[in-house]
Ligand binder design. Structure first.
Ligand code: FES
Ligand SMILES: [Fe+2]
Length: 345
């Protein structure tokens, strides 16, 4: 397994996925079990029983504790073994690692590194997912590709005219103005295109005019990307003219292994927010759009696996993905210099 940045918050699940049924998920190569206590407090712990390594998420909750499905040891939500059959005393090492785990803006966030560094103010801000002035569609998909391929994809929206030509891409969105801004742990590209043919989804949503569109894509370490899209009738401001839309999207990428990742996504909009019919259609369209990216990401990973040493040739539009790689490399190297995590006692 490759090296992942550990001291960072990662999205581990949708809020709705974590409840009174244990959920097991491999995150950064580590098996994690997630559930809620009876009062709703979220819990995330190591998903491998220290006895004979059974997966705890296949077990059952007993009050706020979880019982291993193999020989029945019960662990409390602090990871401590509290009962085993036929045994009065349990070794202190019979314990599970517990991860900092926080619910924020309808997502569950986990910190897989040193718990002492888990500052909740560093959680990626998905504010519009729970803002009543915005409507949200969201989902999860498992992708058989390296997480960095998703960052390349999200930071280079020149793929839109091709990969998404049946959904949100305009065929003639080929010559935008593109400006980059960068900070220590982020990079943002602003892509402006004018006088575009309306994309298929925009036509479905009522566009009957040429479109001016600004797309902003922002990578923030470890692997989160905002893609914000503002469209209006050509020559008109947002909110004026025959057609106007604003989407703020969140792409929360969490590596599962070196070559697979969890893709949590949300698309929030500030129009048609109370229209249930539009909402249902938008959910279907959002899933179609993400499926288009999944296809191309998995195909490119297969090509990498066939010839891992083959060099890729970069274009100017790759600046965002390349800078994101540099940021991650620097953070991982800095983490390597730090003290190792304390062992479980
Ligand atoms: S493997 Fe969990 S109790 Fe034996
Ligand atoms: Fe895409």
């Amino acid at each position: 397994m490759g090296e992942f940045l550990k001291n960072a918050w990662y999205c581990a699940a949708l809020s709705s996925e974590v409840g009174r049924e244990p959920l097991g998920r491999l995150l950064l190569g580590e098996p994690v079990v997630m559930y809620r206590t009876e009062d709703g407090t979220p819990v995330a712990m190591e998903d491998t029983c220290p006895h004979r390594r059974a997966p705890l998420h296949k077990g059952e909750l007993v009050g706020d504790s979880i019982q291993c499905p193999y020989h029945g040891i019960i662990f409390d939500c602090a990871g401590k073994a509290e009962w085993a059959q036929g045994q009065d005393r349990l070794p202190a090492r019979m314990a599970l690692r517990v991860y900092p785990f926080v619910e924020r803006h309808s997502w569950m966030w986990i910190w897989m590194g040193d718990p002492a560094l888990a500052d909740e103010s560093l959680i990626f801000d998905c504010w519009s997912c729970t803002d009543p002035k915005w409507a949200t569609i969201k989902g999860y998909m498992h992708v058989k590709a390296a997480a960095l391929l998703a960052i390349d994809n999200l930071m280079d929206l020149s793929h839109t005219a091709f990969v998404h030509r049946a959904s949100v891409g305009s065929k003639d969105d080929l010559n935008p103005e593109l400006v980059w801004e960068r900070g220590e742990n982020w990079i943002k590209g602003t892509r402006v295109a004018r006088g575009l043919q309306a994309a298929p989804h925009q036509v479905i949503y009522g566009a009957n005019c040429l479109i001016d569109q600004t797309k902003q894509m922002t990578f923030t370490a470890p692997y989160n990307c905002n893609v914000d899209i503002f469209s209006s009738e050509a020559g008109k401001a947002i909110g004026e003219g025959q057609y106007s839309e604003q989407f703020l999207t969140y792409n929360l990428i969490t590596p599962e292994t070196d070559k697979t990742f969890h893709y949590f996504w949300a698309n929030t909009r500030d129009f048609q927010i109370d229209n249930a019919e539009f909402h249902a259609l938008h959910q279907i369209n959002g899933e179609q759009l993400l499926g288009e990216d999944k296809w191309v990401l998995e195909e490119t990973q297969l090509a990498i696996d066939r010839a891992p040493d083959r060099e890729e040739v970069d274009l100017a539009a790759d600046a965002g993905g390349l800078q994101a790689r540099r940021i991650l490399k620097r953070l991982i190297e800095a983490e390597r210099e730090m003290q190792p995590l304390p062992a479980l006692t």
